[in-house]
Design a protein around this ligand. Structure first.
Ligand SMILES: C[S@@+](CC[C@H](N)C(=O)[O-])C[C@H]1O[C@@H](n2cnc3c(N)ncnc32)[C@H](O)[C@@H]1O
Length: 369
């Protein structure tokens, strides 16, 4: 399954995860974001600005200003934490990675910090206990076959439980979180199996089924949390990475040339290429400090959009939007206003060679009257 390739970039942590506590595991995962080079972050600016703007627009729609809760806050890079602390009486930040939240708290001026409440806790009903079960299964097994049998029993018993206990909120922010939720337990299982038995999780014949079930459960569990947390008259800002590309490299150079030819007028307009004939070499020259990062980011976004129009298969879907919609209507959450979609150039200089860009979509939701 394509999604399995998307495991977090945690390979370097492999040998040491068993016996590590839940919070340490999340903390170590947070290193990936916390350690991103500043030159890469420059390319993230338009994504960060758009996200922050959208969150504040959602906050404008909430009836009250008592409590705002940010789920899976991490370092809060795409979340206007200072402005939320200013507007709301209380700002609750929730994540299992406490160090990243402390990092994020630096955004908030010291005079507003008393309003902010950091909660190092699981935002799901199942991820923490599941990681513990996986750890026990691996520790009790002497072969990978035995461990995979135990994983099978765990998989068959996976159910959503009661959502975590958090105060009712006027604004609930769930930003770039949901599609990450299943990856943590899945990565944990993969790393534990590899660290202990030197086998990949893919050698387990139910590994695809395991990931799919985790995605399904995460959606059900998260929507239940959102619907229970938001007050009547309050709003949920929800965003996630819905696709990533270029997942499959263009099969032939001809496709790539055709896409570049289509993008030529835009690239010339941006000052990236001088002429249609020079587009290919101009594209190859991106990320070599020939232009400002803002201009290069715009060029890359235009190219990605042209690739997406040319063939949807260049993009790997990340979140089953249909299932999400079904769960929302089941739980009484409905969409307010228009959704918005934009690019996050997570790994800007790899965008056209590997799957380095995410398509982000956002929605504002509220409880049906
Ligand atoms: C991609 S980040 C979201 C972006 C984030 N705003 C940032 O700037 O880092 C996903 C966050 O979700 C958190 N997370 C994932 N699963 C979680 C769980 N079950 N409970 C609590 N936090 C979780 C991770 O620790 C991580 O900080």
């Amino acid at each position: 399954m394509a999604g399995l390739r998307l495991l977090l970039a945690l390979g370097a942590l492999l040998p040491s995860i068993l016996g590590q506590g839940l919070e340490e595991f999340f903390d170590a995962s947070g290193d990936v974001v916390r350690g991103t080079a500043p030159e890469t972050r420059i390319y993230w600016q338009s994504h960060l600005m758009t996200s922050r703007q959208r969150i504040l627009q959602a906050a404008d729609l909430a009836d009250g200003t008592d409590v705002a809760t940010v789920l899976g806050t991490g370092v809060g890079m795409e979340i206007p934490l200072a402005e939320l602390a200013r507007r709301f009486e209380r700002l609750i930040l929730v994540d299992l990675d406490g160090r990243s939240m402390l990092h994020g708290l630096r955004q908030v001026p010291s005079e507003l910090r008393a309003k902010v409440d950091l909660k190092v806790m699981d935002v799901t009903s199942f991820a923490g206990p599941l990681i513990e079960q996986i750890e026990q299964a691996v520790e009790m097994s002497s072969t990978s076959e035995e461990a995979f049998d135990r994983f099978g029993v765990i998989l068959d018993g996976l159910r959503a439980g009661d959502p975590p206990n958090l105060p009712k909120s006027d604004l609930v922010v769930s930003s770039l979180l949901l599609s990450e939720i299943p990856r943590y337990p899945f990565s944990y299982a993969a790393q534990a199996a590899e660290g202990r038995f030197a086998v990949t999780l893919q050698t387990w014949d139910r590994s695809d089924e395991f990931f799919r079930r985790l995605v399904e459960l995460s959606i059900e569990d998260h929507v239940q949390l959102l619907a229970g947390l938001v007050r009547p008259g309050g709003v949920v800002y929800f965003s996630d990475t819905v696709a990533r590309g270029l997942a499959n490299k263009p099969r032939t150079e001809a496709i790539r040339r055709a896409v570049e030819a289509q993008a030529a007028p835009e690239l010339i307009g941006l000052g990236i290429a001088d002429s249609a004939a020079g587009v290919t070499s101009a594209v190859n020259d991106l990320c070599r400090a020939r232009h400002s990062p803002a201009r290069e980011a715009e060029a890359l976004e235009r190219l990605l959009s042209r690739f997406r129009e040319a063939d949807g298969r260049f993009f790997e879907p990340l979140l089953p939007i249909g299932e999400l919609g079904d769960q929302c209507s089941k739980r009484g959450l409905e969409i307010r206003g228009e959704s918005e979609t934009w690019w996050w150039l997570a790994y800007p200089c790899k965008v056209l060679r590997q799957a380095g860009a995410f398509l982000v979509s956002s929605w504002v939701l509220g409880l049906r009257n």
